[in-house]
Each structure stands twice: as C-alpha cells, then as structure tokens.
Design a protein around this ligand. Structure first.
Ligand code: WT7
Length: 631
C-alpha cells in the first residue's frame, strides 16, 4: 500500500486497514522517513492509562526529514517564497539548500548560547522567514519551540514564557500588519520584566524602528548568524521526546501548553498534508495562517517541508492595501493550493467580486478551509468566485490537540458537500455521544464529538500538568478523547461540525476561553463580576458579548467601556476584545450560584422570545433588565 491515496476506493482500503491493523498500517507509513534507528513498537498506551506512545524506541530528527533528505533531489527547488506586508516588497525566496544552511547556522548560534536538548525557546515574531528558520533550528538541536502569536499582549507572552520556563526569546524589532506598525520588541521587553528564566533575547531586524537593546541580554540575529557555520549535525531525538509546546485556550483557567512529540507528529503531519491537499511536485501551496497557531506549525512549517513542497509565506493581512491582496498573490506566485479560514472568506466576500475578477486565478487547483465552521453562503462564494467551480474545497476539521487534520475530504477524491467536513482521515475513529454518555449508532444523529482511538499526532500531555490533560480531555467520557465540539452525522455518514459545546468561543477562527476574558475584565477596579458569551457574528463567526456588574455605576459609561477594552488588550491582546458590553446589576444565577449561560447566550443573540424555564433562578427579575438593556 502506498502512502499516497489516489482514489476513493484507495481511501476506503486505507481507512479499513487503519482500523483493522492499526499498528502495521502506521508502521508502513512511517518507513518512508529517515530514522536514525527504527522503532521497537509502533503504538502503546490508551485513553485510560494516558501513556500514549508512537514509534517508541525510534530515533530521528524531524529537520533531517524536512531538509537534509531533499538536498540531493530538490536542493535547488524553492522551499519558501516570502511576501512582506508591503505589496512592492521584492520577491524573495529560499531554496531547500538555502533554508538548510540558514537552519544549520542558527542551530550553531543557539548551541553557542548554551541551548541544549530539552531547553525551551520562545518565539514572539512577525511572519518572517527567520521565524521558520528559528523554529526548525530549535528542533534540529533537540530543544523545544514555543511560538506565541505576535498579537498577544506582554502579559499573555510573559505567562507563556513562565509556564514553560523558556531560556531564549526570539523576537523582531517590529512588524507591519496592514497600515499599522506593531512594536514587538517593546511588548517583549515588558514581558521580560517578569521572566527571569530568559537568558538571551535575540532580535531580528524587520521594521527598522529604533529599539532599546538591554546590555548582556539582547543580541541581534544578524550579528550572531554572520559567522556561524552552515553545517550542523542534527541531534538524535527519541520519537517521544517533545518537539514543541503550543498554548491554547480552554473552558477554564489559564491557557494550556499542549506538548507534541517528534515521531508521531512528524508522521501524522506529513501523511495528512500529502493526502488532504494532493499537492504535486510543481505546485505552489499557500496557507494564510500565522505560525503562532497550530495551522502554521503543521501546514506551513512541517507538513509542506516534509513533502518537499514549495510554499508561500505572507506577513500581511488580506485587506491591505486593499481586499484584493490574496487574489494578487495567487496570480503573482501561481498559487495552486489556497488554505485559509472562513472568517477571511466572509470578510473578502463582503467586498464583492470586482477585485477578484481583476486577477487571473487559473493556477488554483484546490481550496481549503480551516478553523471554524464554514457557512453555506461562504462555501458557495468560495467555490464559485475563487475556485470557478473547478477546485475541490477541503473543509478540514481538527484542533491544536490533534496535531493534524482529522475529519476532511481528500482533494478531488472525496465527494464534497457544503458545510460538511465529510469523512474521517485514515486512523481516525470519530464517535458521537448521546446525553447519557453512550455512543450513537448509525447515521442521522447529532451529539458530542469524541475520538475513540489514538492517532500518531495526538498531543501527549499539557506541559507540566498531566493531571489537567486527563481532566480536560478524558474525564467527560472515560476512555474517549472529548473534542469540545458538537457534530452531526448525516444519512450519508458525513460529518458536519456545529461548533463548541463548552465555554470556548471561536472568534475569527481564534480560540478564546470565556473564563480568560472574564478574568481580564474583572481586573478592572470597578468590576465586581462579568460573564462572557459568544454570539453569531457575520464576519467573525462569533462575536464576544460581555455582561458586566460594576461596583459603582460608572459616571461616564463610554469611558468605562474603553477602560475595560484596555484591560482585555493588556491582559490577553486585541483578539479577545468584546464586541458588545452591557453594564448590568446582576446575572441570572441558579440557587447553587451557577450562571445560566443559556439565557445570556439567547439575549446576546437577540432571541428573547423563548428563554426557557427561568423559575429556578435565584433572581428571575434580572432577565427583564438584561433583555431591556441588550446591545
Ligand atoms: C477548534 C479548534 C484546526 C486548526 C485551527 C484551529 C474549530 C476547526 C473546523 C472546521 C468547524 C472547526 C472547532 C475546534 N474548528 N476547524 N473545519 N469546521 N469547526 O485550532 O485553535 O485548536 O481550535 O476550531 O471548534 O474544536 P484550534
């Protein structure tokens, strides 16, 4: 059996053998990689013992598979095309050979700074090639990368650095996002006031704005790299050694650092990339995500490089200098595969088709969607105006925790249906749970989406807190991984993800915990309590609605709300800013003190006709006040 699936019947036989002979199935796929030593056992552990291992005893370095392996055959092939925020920036690209050399140089830099296997290196950067180089160099020396999205605040960055006690921070002087300059170094400096574990901060020049360099701590990337050797032997890693930590939000508490390991993640990233997108050797693939999210880890960095593909990396935003930027770049680079988020599609859809039709998009072969449910209107628009009804759309469902795509069409192979992520990838066994925690059998059912068996890309733990890992994912339905999503399985056995069923919002494809935003708002001196819910938002998918109880009625409500926004920006970052805020005198609570979020959600949606039973509330009268004051 070849690892590349070429037809629907091959998909069916892959799927069958992944279920019936799980170990030999994945073992065969893993044989295509370069291992320094072969594994002893393909898979062990389960969702009860939570000691999950894949390719145990195997030794490898993922960067040899991303880079060294390609040098002979495709050393001069472009690995990355780079496009900056400004449209007039020069076309800039790096071949596999050049990328390999840069990665080796930075591996030497990190090693000379005393970074060793297992140490954590944090990246707080713009989407610039040095981020890709830095991440790969970290993996090459056996250290663990933790990339923090450049839109997070200094406090959020500090929290993540502290949680995993990172030794090195790599950042930029600044970046341009649309018309705005973002002073990354300044934000990082604020964070580092509270991060004693950081020994060195390495600064990459990008915006060329003046920055302060702290003596003894801050050093320039270009100074370090200048005389570094372009040779570095990749450090031998155990298949189960950590490769990276990536923080994501949950329904409670602080963001969790999900840990992905070297062997299983590599195999899963590569295998999903290869088959979902069906990229050919001469194609140019473009994923518009940021490397600060899992999509950027698996489908900008590792997946494409493991497959020796040419990609495009873009620093800017879809609407700068105008909403035609994506279409311009597709034409400029001859992009064949576009992988983006529904929120971007909806935002561009709102601008009409003039800018689209100005460009030649005939290079496109496959369109992808990720991060949130795609509504039918956006799906149809994408299909008609971008794909010209000639490009399969792969609506890919997965999560930070899953490491790679889980439920998805295979491009050109699986028959698609708007708003459906369709069928499970080989190795993935989705089940839907009923109210009693039992699996639904058969089709035409909706329930909570769980995964019944382990796959190579699953996150192995939460950094420093294995107990929380067990609690969060495996306690709701013992023996199953619970995704937090609701899901429909239709008469054809096709899956449609309907959205989160826990207290997690999905705002413009970004995952944000309601508790996190509440904690931030509660830090305002005049706030007693707050409750956050998501509500349907035309562009963002979900907007953030805040109900806030004040200590004293604010004299100037507009000013108060501005201060609250300021708090959220300070504690988390602009992505978590509430869209609507309502000052209230109380919240609907049950006698046991639990906030009835169902009611808050209805009011935020503007649907107050049927609020259900409110008689069990401690304070039923509050409901009318909330309704009357709804924004
Ligand atoms: C949550 C995971 C997967 C990488 C980006 C987000 C939602 C993701 C889809 C999709 C419907 C989707 C889910 C999931 N989600 N993809 N194709 N259709 N919903 O990763 O930040 O870990 O968020 O995003 O609710 O649980 P993440």
């Amino acid at each position: 059996m070849e690892s590349r699936i070429k037809s629907f019947s091959e998909y069916e036989s892959h799927y069958g053998s992944s279920m019936q002979e799980q170990e030999s199935y994945w073992g065969k796929i893993a044989e295509e990689f370069v291992w320094k030593k072969k594994w002893d056992k393909v898979h062990s552990g389960n969702f009860n013992d939570l000691n999950i291992k894949w390719f145990e005893g195997g030794k490898l370095n993922i960067t040899e598979n991303c880079l060294d392996r390609h040098l002979e055959k495709r050393g001069d092939k472009i690995a990355v095309n780079y496009e900056g925020n400004q449209p007039d920036s020069l076309k800039h690209s790096m071949t596999y050979r050049e990328l390999h050399a840069e990665v080796c140089k930075f591996s030497n830099v990190l090693t000379d700074l005393g970074v060793k296997k297992g140490d954590r290196v944090c990246f707080y950067m713009a989407m610039v090639p040095e981020l890709l180089v830095g991440v790969l160099a970290t993996a090459r020396i056996g250290a663990i990368h933790s990339v923090v999205f450049g839109g997070f605040s200094s406090q959020a960055l500090a929290g993540r650095i502290q949680d995993s006690t990172c030794k090195i921070l790599v950042t930029n002087d600044g970046t341009f996002r649309g018309g705005k300059h973002i002073a990354l170094k300044g934000i990082a400096d604020e964070a580092l006031k509270n991060c004693p574990s950081i020994e060195k901060s390495i600064v990459v020049k990008r915006s060329f704005q003046p920055v302060e360099m702290k003596e003894g701590r801050d050093i320039w990337w270009h100074d370090q790299i200048r005389d570094a050797s372009p040779k570095f032997d990749a450090v031998e890693m155990d298949a189960e050694d950590p490769l990276f930590i990536l923080y994501t939000s949950g329904s409670t508490g602080q963001p969790k650092g999900l840990v992905h390991t070297c062997g299983g993640y590599m195999v899963y990233a590569s295998q999903t990339f290869k088959n979902v997108f069906q990229v050919e050797q001469d194609d140019t693939y473009w994923c518009t995500a940021d490397i600060g999210w899992i999509t950027g880890h698996t489908y900008i960095t590792y997946g494409p490089l493991l497959n020796g593909v040419s990609t495009l990396m873009f620093e800017g935003v879809p609407t700068y200098p105008d909403a035609g930027r994506f279409w311009e770049l597709i034409e400029k680079y001859g992009v064949t595969h576009l992988y983006t988020a529904p929120t971007a599609i909806r935002a561009l859809m709102a601008k009409g088709t003039d800018l689209v039709n100005k460009r030649n998009l005939s290079s496109l072969k496959v369109l992808g969607s990720v991060g949130e449910p795609i509504n039918e209107e956006a799906w149809e628009w994408y299909n008609k105006n971008i794909g010209k009804e000639n490009c399969p759309i792969v609506d890919t469902w997965w999560q930070t925790e899953t490491g790679g795509i889980m439920i998805t069409p295979l491009a050109g192979i699986t028959k698609t249906k708007p708003t459906f992520a369709t069928l499970p990838f080989p190795g993935v066994e989705p089940v839907l749970m009923d109210e009693n925690g039992k699996e639904y059998q058969g089709n035409g059912v909706s329930g909570n989406l769980c995964l019944k068996r382990s796959w190579p890309g699953i996150a192995r733990t939460i950094y420093g807190d294995h107990e929380r890992y067990k609690q969060t994912y495996f306690s709701t339905y013992p023996g199953y991984y619970f995704t937090g999503d609701g899901c429909l399985r239709d008469e054809d056995g096709y899956y449609r993800i309907t959205g989160r069923v826990d207290d997690v919002m999905n705002v413009s494809g970004h995952r944000i915990g309601t508790a996190e935003v509440e904690d931030a708002i509660n830090m305002h001196d005049n706030v007693v309590e707050s409750a956050i819910v998501g509500y349907p938002h035309e562009i963002k998918g979900q907007g953030i609605y805040a109900y806030i109880i004040c200590q004293e009625t604010p004299k100037d409500e507009a000013l108060f709300k501005k201060e609250v926004l300021g708090k959220v920006i300070e504690v988390i970052g602009p992505i978590a800013k509430p869209d609507k805020m309502q000052v209230v005198s109380g919240l609907p609570k049950t006698r046991s003190g639990k906030i009835m979020r169902r009611i808050l959600r209805k009011i935020a949606e503007g649907d107050t006709s049927n609020l259900g039973d409110t008689s069990t509330l401690l304070n039923p009268a509050i409901v009318d006040e909330l309704k009357d004051g709804a924004i």
